[in-house]
Structures are given as structure tokens and as C-alpha cells.
Design a protein around this ligand. Structure first.
Ligand code: GCB
Length: 611
């Protein structure tokens, strides 16, 4: 893994990974299609305090013969007479904040992996002639949802949102929702059972009720046509049927009337003279309005092109160098899952302070605020699915799961100008089964979004003692090569980076998607002393020297912006369950290497080093 270079008190027991997914109850519907731009629809937030029950044996779901219970906790039953036997009580149970993971909120849940039941009530006026959805931004990892005791939907995948249609389930007055969330790691899941990050469980992102018309604008995709400066093209899709849709961009004087076909689709192609393209230097966003069936959906969209030509990445037709850093969805100053706009602004603010124009969002789709803030601030993003390390490559259900997560990631963020790269995975092994699996994902990404290049963080090896070569056969399928390498940390010394040169068998741009080493903030010593800020600083200096000699290098995203929790990192007094490769500590202290990278990026802003 590490020598790799890549194209690119426990009251509750800790549960071990099980071999197979939890059995589905009968008649649990699949989620409805994701509704685009939920944040600007008519919504009612269900964020706040939710009651929870920790259920390591899944008592609320299965009976003692392991059959799904008809009287499970989802009924939220209350005794009607003193004789009634009901062995749970949400009302009297403790609460957790939503959004938020359970591990960082309750000491006794720090290491917990298993089932937690969430419950909250809400009063509601069920609108007539409207459809109602329950939108869950993310539930890690598996979720089953009931509204007023009736099954609403289930979803697998911890980092993408899903919607359950609850039109017939909600009523006027008091309602309740119960969500079973299970974060048991599984060999056949995506991600699989071993990762280098904390398996934060729970309702980690916003939960809201969304109201839309009977036939509603479900999705749309608007982009600047490649090679053009003012032609916007794409499509809109109604939930079904032929309907008029009006598209307006008032600041550009654009108004286009569309008519969807019987399937609900219409394509868009329009000229918008005077359009100012989005770029990191001038992140111009336009108010876009889409009116359909009495609903006006408002978005803020930036228009730019992204292309790969030979070894160059072109944005708006001009070569760019991506001055970045990798980022985990870890909350600054408090740890746990980041979820808020403020978290996103802090994390991405540090990227800007580094003189960066790019963040690699590792290793899974991050919350929606990241791309919104990046759109506003003028940062490029790499967005990835958790196809990480040793996936169950030969399992068709695992591939289907990965495809679904890829589709959900693309569906939510495809209108964000900041997102310039979709990544289909990280450090995957060189086996035929993996190649088929990953190739399928690359093709799926291209099909779903023909406008953006696809990448992956690959591993590499030495062709000669000091020559690293990028020749992973997956490179053939990718548009941009991602490569992770740890010269000076997992292999060799920082000084030896001076000897290393790089080759590729592909005429494609390379992003060095990871490099780095651990330092405990405030720990000082010589440049040869591991875990010190000086060691990390020295490593960055030598890495930067090596990287600048790679003539096909078009971006860097060292590992990593901020220290993040990982159960793999157990060294007392140093790691204490944190991966310490951050340029910033989990408490927000900037380490010496932060300033080395900042200086480097400041010096190359606007040009491509090594060219
Ligand atoms: C890697 C992985 C990343 C790890 C990192 C490390 O290659 O892609 O997820 O956290 O190395 O620190 O070892």
C-alpha cells in the first residue's frame, strides 16, 4: 500500500463485522430517485435532538428465531394499559443531535459498531395535491426508515443521500419517524471492513421533509458546452409526463421554454451572450430558476469547461495546475463527522490559506456544503466513492452497490462548477477482477456525466532502483491519473526523494493524490526524528523537489489537511487514535509543513511547475 504510487467504557459491546448484510424485512421499499437541489426546495428540517436506543443484538428488529418482528421498535409502541408488556420507550431514552455521528457524542458509543434506533416526532400539516419525501443526507451505513410505523424505505451506503416517498404515510397533526441505522463493517460492503478512518455511525447529515408538486422537476443538468464560451446545454427531467418547464437566468437575460416528453425529459441548449465563466480566480455564479408545475426551483450555478488534452487539464480552454490537499470529512476543532457549512468553510478556508485552488475530498462523497462552499470560494474539487483498498471484487452485489453510490454522488453534485473530477477509487490492487470492476465504474461515470474527467488514486512500483513507473492497466481507462506515494515515510528517507524520478506509460496528466508523513503538533526535534514537525517539514521539502521534476504532473493533493481519527493508529502519546499526517492538528494548530506547502503553492500560482 504505502510503497504504492497511484495513477492517479463500554457499556455496549463492540460488534465484529458479519459476513452477510442484515436481512431485509418484507416490503421495505427502495428509495425514490434523488431530488436535485433539495436545499432550495420547500422543506421542513427534522434536524435537532432525536431519541435513540442502542440495540447491539437487533432486539428491536428480529425475534429470538431471527425473524423480522411485526412489533419491532419501529412501531414506537406505548403501553395502553398497565398490563401491556413493552420493553422499550423512546420517550424516556436519551437523545443524540442530528446531524451527527453517535461515536463522538456519547463516550460509551465511541467504538460502537452496530444498530442504533433513532426516533423523533414532528407535527405536520399534510398538504393536499403535493408529494412528500423524507430526505436523509447520509446514514452510515445501512438505514431502514419507518414513518408512523409504516415502512418508508431502506438504503445502503454511508456517504450519499436518499429520499423515501412518504406522501401516503404522513398525516395532519402528530407524526413520528423511526430510523434503524447500522454501521457494522462488512467484507462485501463499500467501503469494505478495513479502512484508515473512523467508522462514524448514525444520521450524519441533515434530515428534512421535502414537499413538491404531484409532477415535479426531479433533476436537471446544466453545463457549458465544451469548446464554447456561452452555450449552455444539458437537460431537465420531470418526475414523469410531458410538462412545460421554464428556464431562466435573469442576469443573462435568458428565458427558455421547454416541453418535456412523455418520459419527463427535455434537453436544453441555449446561447447566453455575455456569460462570465466560473474560475477559481473569479468564481462567478448565476441565479438559475427552473419553473415547473407551480414550483420554482432556484439554484446558483457556475459555468466552466473542463477537458483533458494530452498531459494537460484545461479549464475554460486554459491549462491549470491543481494546487491542492486531501481532506477527510472530519470536523475541525471537535473531531467527529463534519456536516455544517461552517465546518466546510473552515476546512476549505485552510485550503485557500495554503494558496491552494483544489481539494481532494477523500475517500467518499462529502456533505453537500463542501461543493457549495467550494463553488463560492473558487476551489476545484475531486469527489470520490469509497471503493478503497480491498473490495470484494468478484461480488456482483458489491459492484452494484459501488455503482449506486457513484450514481448518487454524481446526481447530487453534477451542477457544481467546483467539482472537476470524479474518482472511482483509491489504492486498489492489480488483479483482473479489480480491473473489470473499476473499468465498469469508469464507464458508468462517463455515461452519467460525459462532461467531467474520471480519475482514481492508483498504486505504482519501481521500474529501476530510483525510477517509479505508472503503468497500472486501469490508467488506460482513466482520463487523469492519480497516484499515491509515500517516499520518505513508508519507504526510504525524505532525502532519497531527491534521487527518485517518475515515468508513465500513459500520455495523460498526473495528480500526485497523496504523499506525506505523520507529525504530532507541538512535538519538536531534528529532521530525522519521526513524528516531529521538523521531520514532516523536511519530508515536504524533499517531496516538493522531486515532484517539480515530473513533467506530466498537473496537480498535487498531499495527505492530509487535518489529523483525523483512525482506529489503526494506536501509538500512545503520538497517534492516540489519530492519523497525524495532517498539516493542521485536530485542534486547529498549523504544523511547520503547512507553511512549506503554502510557500510552494504561493510560488507556482498561475503556472505549471516542471513544464
Ligand atoms: C494511504 C491511504 C489513506 C491513508 C494513508 C496513510 O495510502 O490512501 O487513506 O490514510 O495512506 O496515512 O497511510
Amino acid at each position: 500500500m504505502k510503497t504504492a504510487c497511484v495513477l492517479l467504557s463500554l457499556a455496549v459491546p463492540i460488534l465484529l463485522a458479519s459476513a452477510s448484510p442484515p436481512a431485509a424485512p418484507p416490503a421495505m421499499p427502495r428509495p425514490a430517485g434523488l431530488i436535485a437541489n433539495i436545499e432550495h426546495r420547500s422543506t421542513m428540517s427534522l434536524d435537532g435532538r432525536w431519541h435513540f436506543i442502542v440495540d447491539p443484538y437487533d432486539t428491536g428488529y428480529f425475534d429470538y428465531r431471527h425473524q423480522p418482528r411485526k412489533d419491532g421498535y419501529f412501531l414506537r409502541a406505548v403501553p395502553k394499559t398497565p398490563r401491556d408488556l413493552i420493553e422499550y420507550d423512546f420517550e424516556k431514552s436519551d437523545t443524540l443531535a442530528v446531524p451527527g455521528d453517535w461515536n463522538s457524542q456519547k463516550k460509551e458509543l465511541f467504538y460502537y459498531e452496530g444498530t442504533v434506533w433513532y426516533e423523533r416526532s414532528f407535527s405536520y400539516h399534510a398538504p393536499t395535491g403535493r408529494r412528500v419525501f423524507l430526505a436523509i443526507g447520509a446514514a452510515n451505513y445501512f438505514a431502514r426508515v419507518w414513518v408512523n410505523g409504516a415502512p418508508a424505505c431502506e438504503h445502503e451506503g454511508g456517504f450519499t443521500g436518499f429520499n423515501c416517498e412518504v406522501t401516503g404515510l404522513v398525516k395532519d397533526g402528530d407524526n413520528f419517524v423511526v430510523i434503524w441505522v447500522n454501521n457494522q463493517r462488512r467484507r462485501d460492503a463499500v467501503p469494505t471492513d478495513v479502512t484508515d478512518w473512523w467508522n462514524y455511525g448514525g444520521l450524519t447529515r441533515n434530515v428534512e421533509i421535502v414537499e413538491v408538486p404531484e409532477s415535479f422537476l426531479e433533476d436537471y443538468f446544466l453545463q457549458l458546452r465544451k469548446g464554447s464560451t456561452d452555450v449552455i446545454e444539458g437537460w431537465v427531467r420531470m418526475s414523469g409526463g410531458s410538462h412545460p418547464v421554464t428556464l431562466r437566468i435573469p442576469e443573462l437575460g435568458v428565458e427558455q421554454k421547454l416541453q418535456t416528453d412523455a418520459s419527463g425529459a427535455a434537453s436544453v441548449s441555449l446561447r447566453a451572450p455575455g456569460l462570465e465563466r466560473w474560475s477559481p480566480e473569479r468564481p462567478r455564479l448565476y441565479d438559475v430558476e427552473l419553473e415547473a408545475n407551480g414550483e420554482t426551483v432556484r439554484d446558483r450555478i457556475g459555468f466552466r469547461t473542463i477537458e483533458v488534452r494530452g498531459r494537460d487539464i484545461l479549464v475554460n480552454g486554459k491549462p491549470v495546475f491543481l494546487r491542492g490537499v486531501s481532506v477527510h470529512e472530519e470536523a475541525p476543532y471537535r473531531s467527529g463527522r463534519a456536516a455544517t457549512e461552517k465546518d466546510a468553510a473552515t476546512l476549505l478556508g485552510w485550503v485557500k490559506e495554503l494558496n491552494g485552488n483544489f481539494a481532494r475530498l477523500a475517500h467518499y462523497p462529502h456533505n453537500r456544503n463542501m461543493a457549495r462552499v467550494a463553488d463560492r470560494e473558487g476551489l476545484f474539487l475531486w469527489s470520490e466513492i469509497p471503493v478503497y483498498w480491498t473490495i470484494d471484487w468478484e461480488n456482483p452485489a458489491t459492484l452494484e452497490n459501488a455503482r449506486q453510490q457513484l450514481a448518487e454522488m454524481i446526481r447530487r453534485d453534477k451542477n457544481r462548477a467546483s467539482v472537476v473530477l470524479w474518482s472511482v477509487g483509491n489504492e486498489t490492487p492489480l488483479t483482473p477482477a479489480r480491473l473489470l470492476f473499476m473499468t465498469d465504474l469508469v464507464k458508468t461515470a462517463h455515461q452519467l456525466d460525459p462532461s467531467r474527467p474520471v480519475t482514481a488514486a492508483l498504486e505504482t512500483h519501481y521500474a529501476e532502483p530510483n525510477v517509479k513507473i505508472i503503468d497500472d492497466p486501469l490508467g488506460k481507462e482513466l482520463d487523469v491519473l492519480g497516484c499515491n506515494e509515500y517516499v520518505g515515510w513508508y519507504e526510504r528517507t525524505p532525502e532519497e526523494a531527491d534521487l527518485v524520478t517518475w515515468r508513465t506509460v500513459y500520455d495523460k496528466p498526473l495528480i500526485m493524490s497523496e504523499f506525506g508523513g505523520d507529525a504530532r503538533a507541538g512535538r519538536h526535534g531534528g529532521p530525522d526524528e519521526r513524528w516531529t514537525e521538523e521531520y514532516q517539514e523536511n519530508l515536504y521539502r524533499h517531496q516538493i523537489g522531486m515532484l517539480q521534476k515530473i513533467d506530466f504532473l498537473r496537480g498535487t493533493s498531499p495527505w492530509i489537511l487535518m489529523d483525523f481519527r483512525s482506529p489503526r493508529r494506536v501509538l500512545p502519546g503520538v497517534q492516540d487514535n489519530y492519523n497525524r499526517k495532517g498539516l493542521v492538528s485536530n485542534e486547529g494548530a498549523k504544523k511547520k509543513a503547512f507553511f512549506v506547502l503554502k510557500e510552494f503553492y504561493g510560488g507556482i500560482a498561475g503556472r505549471t511547475p516542471g513544464r
